[in-house]
Design a protein around this ligand. Structure first.
Ligand code: HPA
Length: 285
């Protein structure tokens, strides 16, 4: 029997965007997605309104696995922001189009700056748990792509360029902000896998060999959709555990979450500083 796939097309996103536009005080100039354990990045914002994902029209239905799923609208560094606390993952069984549906809503709203945060395993032996890595580039190993299938031309081109996906200026701003925060700021390549099983030692060695510095189960789908949507994208990975094939350390989900939670205030502060310097967009006041 064929399963009827839910439709995450242009009209569905436009309807969700209209719902948000009519309720938010100000249309956001930037959106921030908080990864595992990083929801408290929202504490760096002055929240004015929030809504459960479940109450936004056409949003993918939550799974048992999903993070709490709340959109917080507010202000950060004088900029109107939308903070998506929790994201949809391929490993939960969502299609790439479902995973990137929030990006399409933001595209309909005219949001131009996309900041994606995640928890990731460190592959670069110079890294340590608690470091923040500015994503310089990514390797898509998920076997998925949100642009497969019929693409509405209103979203963007059939064959978008993806080299240079991670905005250089935003990376510089983030490096500055994170170094100022006196913490281990790293730069590197993020390998995106589907998950949910963590990596074997052979996979860790392979990922390092092909040039990856960190590995995780998110961010790549959203980056591709964001670039396709013409947004400037910044990705920030909190290194929650090390993935060293010759020195295997088991990491529990609880430990990963605890490390991410401890890093969230520093990450929030850095994001605020990045937003302060994002130009070309009017301040609220
Ligand atoms: N692997 C994949 N995803 C992750 C990890 C990891 O070791 N840590 C946090 N997210």
């Amino acid at each position: 029997m064929m399963t009827q796939l839910p439709d995450y097309g242009f009209n569905q996103a436009a309807q969700a965007a209209e719902f948000l536009r009519s309720r938010m005080k100000t249309v956001p100039v930037a959106a921030i997605f908080t990864g595992t354990g990083l929801g408290q990045v929202a504490a760096s914002a002055k929240a004015s309104w929030s809504v459960a994902y479940a109450d936004i029209p056409n949003m993918p239905a939550p799974t048992v696995e999903s993070h709490h799923g709340r959109l917080v609208a507010g202000e950060m560094a004088g900029r109107a922001v939308a903070i998506f606390q929790g994201r949809f993952h391929l490993y939960e069984g969502y299609s790439p189009q479902a995973v990137t549906f929030p990006i399409r809503i933001l595209q309909c709203l005219g949001v131009r700056t996309l900041i994606l945060t995640n928890a990731a395993g460190g592959l670069n032996p110079l890294f340590s748990a608690g470091d923040v890595m500015v994503i310089e580039d990514h390797i898509n190993l998920t076997g998925e792509n949100p642009l497969v299938g019929v693409i509405d031309p209103r979203w963007g081109p059939r064959f978008p360029e993806i080299a240079g996906a991670h905005n250089g200026k935003l990376q510089d701003l983030a490096r500055c902000a994170l170094n100022g925060a006196g913490a281990g700021c790293r730069g590197g390549i993020y390998a995106g896998l589907k998950g949910p099983s963590l990596e074997t030692a052979a996979e860790m060695r392979f990922l390092r060999t092909i040039g990856a510095d960190a590995v995780g189960f998110s961010t790549v789908m959203e980056t591709i959709a964001g670039v396709h949507a013409g947004m400037q994208v910044l990705g920030l990975s909190v290194i929650t555990n090390m993935c060293l094939p010759d020195r295997l350390i088991s990491a529990s989900v609880e430990e990963i979450i605890a490390t991410a939670e401890n890093t969230a205030p520093r990450l929030g502060g850095a994001i605020r500083q990045v937003l302060e310097s994002v130009d070309g967009e009017a301040r609220i006041s």
